[in-house]
Design a protein around this ligand. Structure first.
Ligand SMILES: *Cc1c(COP(=O)(O)O)cnc(C)c1O
Length: 426
């Protein structure tokens, strides 16, 4: 902890709150954020040379585990050829072809540098295409930090206890309508009130920024039908679920096809990459083909493309990886549920495949309201306990636990033991 404290002191003098993204601060769990020096497989090593079994995985990208040899090698090769050209490259073509091949709903795709940018751009395209201004989002879903989407935006904002952000003009959110996750009636109500003004419904097909909330049966299908009935576009924000639940993301996993999809996290293999894409007719709106402007100096960066391509190619070549990962998730989260049941604790576990969340609440969690019932003080104790046991969880009740292919049954067994000890202590 000596070095963590030392770096935090230095960081606080020159970086707001000492961190470059608020979710990295330990505000809601107390204690000192760890300063990570290196990572390999399922493990993180901090500046004090402590080793942690990691369940954040850079918030999702590290589905193969950290510092995968092949990914690192491809990145090193790309670096040798130059870091950025600001011109077209073969790597971008290969990446776009791969995404279109893996995700059938995508016919044209544009690379950007983050999930925030991907969502911001997809919404601009939806508005340009439909000639409408309003969008519907769900409370508790996070779609990046652009102005119009910082309305009841889940984890980072929830944890900070700030309902919305200062600095967002009212004008920027006046076209953002909030609906309740898993509640089609709340969506219908918006459509009935303004049937010809809604450009798009944007949704996390599995909500993974208020813990993990699964879509109830019929919810995603219902959104598809409502969008079709009212001429609005359906946007799946697959920044977390893309290339995680299945190679074709949540849309493949649940069998519901959106008009536009946004990616981030896994698509960059640990480098800053986002992407948005969809039906040809819609994506033809994007400049220089069409009149929806969107650009990026470093978009499709060759080093970033190399990392993303390397990871996606490995995933494509090993279709069994998804079965393994999802079965691992079923066993792991199922074991936690069993442990809670056997020890008489009332808490809830939500999970799908390799994404899961232990909520310290007695009620089922199916939307933002029910997620907010969780006992965050108890979560803080849990987080501290796990960290002491060498297990690194996201420092918030409202984040997902991310499993990777690098987690072994033995490692997951240790986590179960650590949870058992916690349950005995409280
Ligand atoms: C992380 C996330 C974003 C934002 O991506 P950044 O790369 O952090 O800008 C958008 N949507 C979802 C669902 C996310 O989880």
């Amino acid at each position: 902890m000596k070095n963590a404290k030392y770096f935090l002191e230095r960081a606080k003098k020159v970086i707001p709150g000492g961190v470059n993204s608020p979710v990295r601060a330990f505000g809601s769990v107390g204690g000192t954020p760890r300063f990570i020096k290196r990572a390999k497989g399922a493990y993180l090593y901090d500046e004090d040379e402590n080793c942690y079994l990691d369940f954040v995985g850079s918030w999702g990208p590290m589905i193969l585990g950290h510092s995968h040899d092949e990914v690192i090698r491809r990145v090193q090769d790309a670096c040798q050829r130059g870091l950025s050209f600001g011109a077209a490259t073969a790597a971008e073509v290969e990446m776009a072809e791969l995404v279109c091949e893996l995700v059938p709903s995508i016919e044209l795709v544009r690379m950007v540098n983050s999930g925030t940018e991907a969502v911001m751009s997809a919404i601009r395209v939806a508005r340009g295409f439909t000639g409408r201004d309003k969008i519907i989002k769900f409370s508790g879903c996070y779609h990046g930090h652009s102005d119009g989407l910082l309305v009841q935006a889940g984890s980072g904002v929830m944890t900070a206890g700030v309902p919305d952000s200062l600095g967002v003009p009212v004008g920027c959110t006046k076209d953002t309508l909030s609906a309740r996750y898993n509640d089609l009636d709340s969506v219908k109500a918006h459509f009935s009130r303004c049937p010809e003004e809604i450009a798009a419904v944007i949704v996390e097909p599995v909500a993974a920024n208020m813990g993990v909330v699964l879509p109830e049966e019929g919810f995603l299908e219902g959104l598809r039908k409502l969008c079709d009935a009212y001429g609005a576009l359906l946007i799946f924000d697959e920044v977390i679920t893309g290339f995680r639940l299945a190679i074709d993301g949540a849309q493949g996993y649940y069998g519901v096809t959106p008009d536009l999809t946004t990616f981030g996290k896994i698509i960059g293999g640990g480098m800053p990459v986002g992407a948005y894409g969809g039906k040809r007719q819609i994506m033809e709106m994007v400049a220089p083909l069409g009149s929806v402007y969107q650009a990026g100096t470093l978009s499709g960066n060759p080093v970033a493309m190399a990392a993303g391509m390397a990871q996606l190619t490995i995933l494509k070549e090993h279709p069994q990886y998804y079965r393994e990962l999802n079965e691992k998730g079923d066993r792991f989260f199922g074991n936690i549920e069993r442990l809670l049941r056997e020890t008489g604790h009332p808490w809830k576990v939500n999970h799908v495949g390799s994404l899961g969340c232990l909520y310290f609440t007695k009620q089922d969690v199916k939307d933002y309201e029910s997620a907010k019932n969780s006992d965050t003080e108890l979560f803080a104790k849990f987080h501290n306990h796990m960290l002491e046991q060498g297990i690194y969880l996201a420092p918030s009740q409202f984040e997902a636990v991310f499993l990777s292919l690098a987690h072994t049954e033995e490692m997951l067994g240790k986590v179960l033991e650590a949870i058992t000890i916690f349950l005995q202590k409280i």
